[in-house]
Ligand binder design. Structure first.
Ligand code: TNX
Length: 529
């Protein structure tokens, strides 16, 4: 059975039932019935067969049971939620995609984690509404249910905010783009000197459309507005939001910028709240992501207004100032019925932080003291550990098997109650086109869907790889383009391995090198045919 993610329990029977456009499709879940009718409409036959969706409150949330009866030529799906019925259909479709033949299997399935996410950086490079919908479609077939939308960063602002029109008029465009890390630290990297980003933003109408598309497929969209760091694009539009108030440009460098929002100024809090007001009208989900990563505090140290705020609020230091900012925003979000998520650096101020904030754990620092202290207090986390899941790094640094091997226990998490779920991010500094995006994203997304869905004790990499290879035709059909095995297994450039020791090297080896190699390899294979 080539189902990905692997179902929890299944029994394979010998026969098959041929479903098709004449199959009688009925039941309690209108969404699943609609999608099932659409799917089977393209297959001839199915007379005398039935597919029935039945509501059963005893089935786990998002879980489903499929039972087949050959004598009756019937397939029955039981679920307690629309999402569960939908996931049952996704399983059926994977099994019957070729000709409508459903190989009879009785399945009892449910997800390991509640939060099964993918993050896409649309700030460094912009991805069209069509591409995002294509990804959402793939995600839902892999039973993933959270799309974390990284909408803003130093190098571009991509979400229309009516109250601050400059953000997308001016903040969406940067003058040039670094193309490689070779020579980057010396300012000698190759560059594309054409301005990037004119008109590259999502209108509020487009964001609403994407939310609706996702909702039909049981995906919640979490918008991220990264603050108080990674805000140069906004500061370029509204310089008074920074400590020094100087004019600046949308960033043309990657990395961590000193120029951040001034948390000593009231305008910064009202700016953040105005943006939240507009976005909460568009994104009905329960979460809002405030970024909070990589916030250098050098400017706050010297800023009289930040120092005054620290005194006024009786805060310990500049880290606590970020904690204060987080609490103000978290409280505001709460008043709108939302929960706040931030990258794990926000835990630098965990001692004063609202306990309901969720930390997205991507990097290990200071022996992870803050992270473990947070969990001990019952704090919640989403796991996105860089050395397992970062998709922007090359496969020779991080083969698919490494991503597949992620488990909370491996990070030292003692109590699974702390874990809301897992997320895999795709950062796009060096990803400029859809081919490269897919090459670095799709195989890992597929592997990761199983990490989130199937309990660790039921997972086995070799078995997964076999199913992946056997599923290529199905995956191609849903536009989930899996790169060649030789690429995702990471065996393409053994000679580069030794250069991958430092954080910078992670990127250095990857930008265009691996991609060009892959293209050459494919061309060679083609000519050999
Ligand atoms: C770190 S992960 C970042 C991003 C970069 C990424 C590159 C995180 C919260 N911050 O700004 O794009 O590394 O891998």
């Amino acid at each position: 059975m080539n189902i990905i993610p692997r179902p929890l329990h299944y029994v394979i029977k010998e026969h098959a039932i041929k479903l098709g456009k004449s199959t009688k499709i009925t039941g309690d879940f209108a969404g699943a019935v609609k999608f099932a009718k659409e799917f089977f409409a393209s297959f001839e036959g199915g007379q005398g067969t039935s597919l029935k969706f039945v509501k059963d409150e005893y089935v786990a949330e998002e879980g489903y049971v499929i039972s087949t009866d050959k004598a009756e030529e019937s397939v029955t799906v039981s679920a307690s939620t629309e999402a569960g019925a939908y996931y049952a259909l996704m399983t059926i479709e994977q099994s019957a995609y070729k000709d409508g033949q459903l190989h009879c299997t009785d399945i009892q399935d449910k997800p390991r984690y509640k939060h099964r996410g993918f993050m896409l950086d649309c700030a460094r490079h912009f991805w069209t509404v069509e591409k995002i919908k294509e990804i959402l479609e793939i995600m839902s077939r892999l039973k993933m249910n959270v799309f974390h939308w990284h909408l803003t960063d130093d190098q571009g602002w991509r979400a229309e905010i009516k109250k601050y029109p400059l953000l997308t008029q001016k903040g969406s465009v940067r003058k040039s783009t670094p193309l490689s890390l070779k020579g980057y630290l010396r300012g000698k990297e190759p560059r594309d000197n054409t301005p990037y980003g004119e008109g590259c933003f999502y209108t509020q109408e487009q964001m609403r459309d994407i939310v609706a598309f996702a909702k039909e497929r049981h995906i919640e969209i979490i918008p991220e507005i990264d603050m108080p760091g990674h805000m140069v694009a906004a500061i370029a539009c509204y310089p008074h939001l920074s400590c020094r108030g100087e004019e600046t440009e949308v960033s043309v460098r990657w990395g961590v910028m000193d120029n951040i929002l001034c948390c000593g100024k009231e305008e910064v809090y009202s700016f953040a709240k105005d943006i939240i007001d507009e976005l909460c009208e568009i994104f009905p989900g329960k979460y809002f992501h405030i970024g909070g990563d990589e916030v250098p505090k050098a400017r706050w140290q010297k800023c009289p207004l930040c120092q005054a705020k620290i005194k006024e609020q009786n805060l310990k230091d500049v880290n606590a100032l970020q904690g204060y900012f987080n609490n103000v925003i978290a409280e505001y979000l709460k008043s709108k019925g939302k929960a706040m998520i931030g990258w794990n650096e926000i835990l630098d101020a965990h001692d004063i932080m609202d306990k309901d904030i969720i930390a997205q754990w991507w990097t290990r620092r200071k022996g992870d003291k803050n992270e473990f202290a947070w969990m001990e207090k019952g704090g919640k986390i989403v796991i996105s550990m860089v050395n397992y899941v970062y998709m922007d790094h090359p496969y020779n640094v991080r083969p698919l098997s490494k991503t597949y091997s992620l488990a909370a226990e491996k990070l030292g998490v003692m109590n699974e109650n702390n874990v809301v779920g897992m997320e895999i991010p795709q950062w796009t500094e060096y990803i400029r086109d859809v081919d490269k995006l897919d090459m670095l994203t799709m195989a890992r997304l597929t592997a990761f869907s199983e990490v989130c869905w199937t309990p660790a004790e039921k997972r086995n990499y070799n078995d997964f790889e076999q199913r992946l290879e056997a599923s290529r035709e199905y995956l191609d059909g849903i536009k989930c383009r899996i790169c060649p095995q030789a690429i995702y297994s990471g065996k393409t450039h053994p000679r580069l391995k030794f250069t991958c020791a430092s954080k910078w090297n992670l990127w250095r080896v990857y930008p265009d090198y691996e991609f060009d190699e892959m293209k050459k390899m494919l061309a060679r294979k083609e000519s050999e045919k």
